[in-house]
Design a protein around this ligand. Sequence first.
Ligand SMILES: [Zn+2]
Length: 166
Amino acid sequence: MSYDHTDHGKWSETGVPKKGWNCVGVDDLGEPSQTCEMCGTAEIRYVHIMHHPDYPADLSVGCICAENMEQDYVRPREREKRLRTLAARRKTWRRRQWKVSGRGNWYLNTEGYNLVIVPSGRKWRVVVSNRATGASQTGRTEFSLESEAQVAALTALVWAKDHLPS
Ligand SMILES: [Zn+2]
């Protein structure tokens, strides 16, 4: 594809910074279902949320525009690759076999981490612990169903690999 996104949309608007943006978040929409807010043309599934100190709004953009806005041709692709990997893992994650702890909570030991679904009032939270260091974090999100918390535990595991390393 030789199509040049940078001729389109906000790329040609004055008053919109063309570089100096930072990525402040990513999202997976599950399918291409949103138009890139920078070029106004690309249909995107993996959203890079971009912030600029001299622009009033954050923009949700695709990978190619993110590369140009950040002037970085490595990190946006890495972010997108992580989202793709996570999406693929979600499919197999649902088939994982959880066990019941002595306290009667669902738990799963995987990749050096311990995931437990614990009651929080009438709802459920995910607790993730590094089995080597004992470092532990309780998720802020409360789930109505244990099964929802089990699905979300994958996100907790990915988070823990970054924040509770061995
Ligand atoms: Zn774009």
